[in-house]
Design a protein around this ligand. Structure first.
Ligand code: NAP
Ligand code: G4F
Length: 354
């Protein structure tokens, strides 16, 4: 049987790397779009890469979501069966500092891919758009968000992604494309970028466990997020494109916790009891070390955003039913996975130092 061909934008990212692994396991030929960088940016996929002079099913191509020609040429040349548009400027905080660039990549970038499919008349391509729970910024009266919930983005990132959500739906309705949105709630893993809050915490606490003297500076500890594991979620990205009809799906754990609760859980797994005192910018987290109180976490207002999504909790009823969504990782196992890997990393760093 002919192998299926997939194109992944954002293949060097957290999700892109797990998705590439999954599709290679499923015997796809996988093509990844990567950005030119002056230093290596392929750490998450190096284990998958084989020199194309040898037999391989994994190919990398330079390109950029801001460059229509690179996208057009790539789709024209590789003729994929499925495209996963995961590439984005994905940091909400950064989107307030670089709003125009965020719109170009995370908004218009999606249009560029869809237009290439339309222009090339490759209507058989199935298209997945990485939509986000950041579309739901306002709680209104509901306890959970689902496919029918009202959107209210709170950041330039959320607004750019809302454009991508709608343009995907428009191309589905107007041109009959098999184009779908996966509205994914926060998902984390040992491969999460180190400036996102969960990984910032697990990297810090594991280094602290091995004796570091650093202090962790954070922003809003009261924000509530619905956290799942990226490995579980990329499987749903694939499943969404294997359905008979193109539709949109919410993928979420259905549970919500504050950033502070995430810290407490990670601390507990490391046998570090973290105590809290003070309010607002004066709040600190401390531990007891050799019977002495030691402050390890402080608040820095630079990590607060001009506008915040305070509460996220999703309902994946549709995905449970239609995609048979059964996440393998509970919240505690997600945090444990991150802690275990980051402990190894912290130990490696220590070994290099001495
Ligand atoms: P990530 O780790 O930040 O990865 C983003 C990817 O996009 C990286 O490969 C990055 O390349 C690439 N990229 C950035 N700018 C680009 C450009 N101009 N042209 C081409 N590629 C570009 O994000 P992730 O956590 O894997 O998330 C994957 C997607 O899902 C993103 O679209 C994100 O917005 C969305 N999403 C994520 C979550 C979540 O909780 N993780 C939830 C909902 C939706 P470099 O490696 O070179 O930077
Ligand atoms: O880890 P975060 O930066 O993730 P955020 O903003 O929820 O966005 C992530 O999830 C979205 C899905 O809902 C994705 F679409 C998006 O691409 C990204 O993957 O922040 C989580 C919470 C926020 O409320 C933030 O204000 O943690 C709070 N926070 C507190 N201190 C911090 C920090 N966030 C970061 N990044 N750094 C801090 O020091």
């Amino acid at each position: 049987m002919k192998k299926k061909i997939a194109l992944i934008t954002g293949t060097t990212g957290q999700d892109g790397s797990y998705l590439a692994e999954l599709l290679l396991k499923k015997k796809y030929k996988v093509h990844g779009l990567i950005r030119k960088s002056s230093s290596f940016n392929t750490k998450r996929i190096d284990h998958l890469y084989i020199d194309p002079h040898n037999r391989t099913n994994f190919f990398l191509h330079y390109g950029d979501l801001t460059d229509s020609n690179s996208i057009y040429n790539l789709i024209h040349n590789i003729r994929p069966n499925e495209i996963y548009n995961l590439g984005a400027q994905s940091h909400v905080g950064v989107s307030f500092e670089n709003p125009e660039y965020t719109a170009e990549v995370s908004g218009i970038g999606t249009l560029r891919v869809l237009e290439a499919i339309r222009f090339l008349k490759m209507k058989n391509i199935k298209f997945y758009q990485a939509s986000t729970s950041e579309l739901f910024g306002e709680k209104y009266k509901q306890k959970t968000f689902n496919e029918q919930s009202k959107f209210h983005p709170k950041s330039p990132y959320g607004a750019a992604k809302l454009y991508s959500y709608w343009i995907t739906s428009v191309y589905r309705e107007a041109y009959g494309l098999f184009a779908c949105n996966g509205i994914l709630f926060n998902h984390e893993s040992p491969r999460r970028g180190e400036t996102f809050v969960t990984r910032k915490i697990t990297r810090f606490l594991t280094r602290k466990k091995l004796g570091s003297n650093e202090i962790l500076y954070l922003g809003n500890l009261d924000a509530k997020r619905d956290w799942g594991h990226a490995k579980d979620y990329v499987e749903m990205q694939w499943k969404i494109l294997q359905q008979k009809k193109p539709e949109d799906y919410v993928i979420a754990s259905g549970e919500t916790r504050t950033v502070r609760e995430f810290i407490n859980t990670a601390g507990k797994l490391l046998n570090m009891k973290i105590y809290w005192t003070g309010k607002g910018l004066k709040e600190v987290g401390y531990i007891y070390e050799d019977g002495r109180k030691r402050t390890i976490i402080k608040i820095d207002k630079k990590y607060f955003r001009p506008n915040e999504v305070d509460y996220l909790r999703g309902s994946s009823k549709k995905a449970y039913k239609k995609l048979n969504f059964k996440p393998k990782y509970s919240f505690i196992n997600l945090v444990r996975d991150m802690i275990d890997e980051d402990l190894l990393l912290a130990q490696e760093e220590l070994n290099k130092k001495y």
